[in-house]
Design a protein around this ligand. Structure first.
Ligand code: GUN
Ligand code: ZN
Length: 442
């Protein structure tokens, strides 16, 4: 029989409530050096200091001892491409040439259900072994790619949001569709998968340059037909891209206005990158309660530019962190936070560990409108978490010995850490990945 009541003893760190500024994050930070997390049927019953919680651990509960480790809420990757794991580290190009030379050829294989299924299993194992328990994912233009990904995620109980890429121009013939067939295929996928278990559907027009007005209208229609779906796309990543969008859509005020015109902004809309924005675009993101996925690893690798984190606070725009694999070069949110810090440094912005881990957990949950379900250890939330050993390598042990407190330890972790530091990953109140036995059965 499967145990569905666990008491997890460890150190715990989370941010107790959503924040409007970095100071509030620090105010809401919670660290329990010796605590116990009670889990029943996949949900968090409570988190207590061991002294108070011990008596609540009743007979029949499974007590798991992770002392010496730190448990964090599962990481949330708000922007990643499932078919692009196989092109990480593709040399020499910026966005538009990178898409033509590497990305489109790689994505052309995902109409093959067998291939897509194999790669979906690989992709989800990469997420879990890196401590990522939720993600917002681009598949490819092929419905098979979404089918494969959702099937695999459902088996693991993951909170995954994904969608079929929609594109009908400026891409190779074998990857384009018509607006009509795109609409029909998305409709079928939404009916089949949206709201099934923990899965959610994201309407996914790739970006303005591969979208005709008819395709964006089709996306708008889908949103009206299925108002609780998500929407994901790319926005203002690269200067050549921005100039191209201005040529393609001369009647629109700016890049974001292309999407806004088709009512694609709003809560549950997540725009990746948002680097080269003007004032009006920031204001529109705020007014529509749209969210942005900040993808520092990708932005540095493709030389796209520096995201203005400080501006996102100033303008009241919610953000999450995205690895953006395969333009991003790591599945690890730890490494990605290290890159986010460096992007801040280049703009005189100091990204604290507290703020960084907020973005990777509760902040990401807010960006995806999932803060009632995931992001911290609040009672009633789903038990998605990652067990971290901050010192597994010789260098990490040397450095960790000098750390005075949890904030310093977490900061070093985002500088030196990666998947080697992930001891176990739990999803929906069950262990789904552990270092010693690799994959724990679904
Ligand atoms: N813009 C349009 N498509 C893509 C993509 O696949 N990756 C990135 N980084 N930007 C894009
Ligand atoms: Zn992307």
């Amino acid at each position: 029989t499967v145990c569905n009541r666990y008491a997890i003893r460890s150190a715990f760190f989370d941010i107790a409530a959503p924040a409007d500024n970095p100071q509030q994050i620090a105010d809401h930070a919670r660290y329990i050096d010796d605590g116990v997390l009670l889990i029943e049927k996949g949900k968090i019953v409570g988190l207590y200091p061991w002294q108070q919680g011990e008596a609540r651990v009743k007979a029949g509960w499974s007590l798991i001892d992770y002392r010496g480790k730190v448990i964090l809420p599962g990481f949330i990757d708000t922007h990643i491409h499932f078919p692009q794991a196989e092109i990480i580290g593709a040399y020499g190009e910026q966005l538009l040439e990178w898409l033509e030379r590497y990305t489109f050829p790689a994505e052309s294989h995902y109409g093959d259900m067998h291939y897509a299924t194999r790669m979906a299993a690989f992709f989800l194992q990469q997420l879990l072994s890196n401590g990522t328990t939720s993600a917002m994912v681009f598949a490819t233009v092929h419905p098979e790619s979404v089918e494969a990904l959702f099937s695999a995620a459902q088996g693991l109980g993951m909170r995954l949001i994904a969608g079929k890429v929609m594109m009908d121009c400026n891409a190779p013939d074998n990857l384009v569709e018509t607006a009509e067939s795109s609409h029909r295929q998305c409709q079928a996928l939404i009916r089949r998968w949206h709201g099934r278990g923990r899965l959610g559907y994201a309407i996914t027009p790739r970006f303005a340059p591969t979208s005709s007005p008819e395709l964006l209208s089709a996306a708008q229609r889908l949103r009206e037909e299925f108002p609780d779906t998500w929407l994901q796309t790319h926005l203002s990543e690269n200067p050549q891209e921005v100039a191209w969008v201005r040529e393609l859509y001369p009647d629109r005020d700016n890049y974001l206005d292309v999407y806004h015109h088709y009512r694609l902004t709003g809560r549950r809309s997540v725009f990746a990158h948002a680097i080269h924005l003007d004032e009006a675009e920031w204001d529109c993101l705020h007014q529509t309660q749209s969210a942005v996925a900040f993808c520092p690893s990708s932005n540095l690798f493709l030389g796209s530019g520096l995201f203005r984190l400080q501006q996102s606070w100033h303008k009241g725009v919610r953000i999450g962190i995205g690895t953006d694999v395969g333009a991003g070069t790591s599945f690890s949110l730890l490494q990605t936070l290290g890159d986010a810090y460096k992007v801040g440094q280049l703009q005189q912005y100091r990204l604290s560990a507290c703020e960084a881990f907020y973005h990777a957990t509760l902040g990401g949950a807010c960006a995806l409108d999932l803060e009632d379900e995931i992001g911290n250890f609040a009672t009633g939330k789903t038990a998605d978490f990652v067990v971290i050993d901050p010192a597994v390598t010789a260098l990490q042990r040397l450095r960790d010995d000098k750390c005075q407190d949890i904030m310093e330890r977490l900061f070093v972790l985002m500088t030196l850490g990666d998947d080697r530091n992930v001891v176990a990953t739990w999803v929906n109140g069950r262990p789904v990945w552990q270092t010693d036995c690799q994959e724990v059965a679904a």
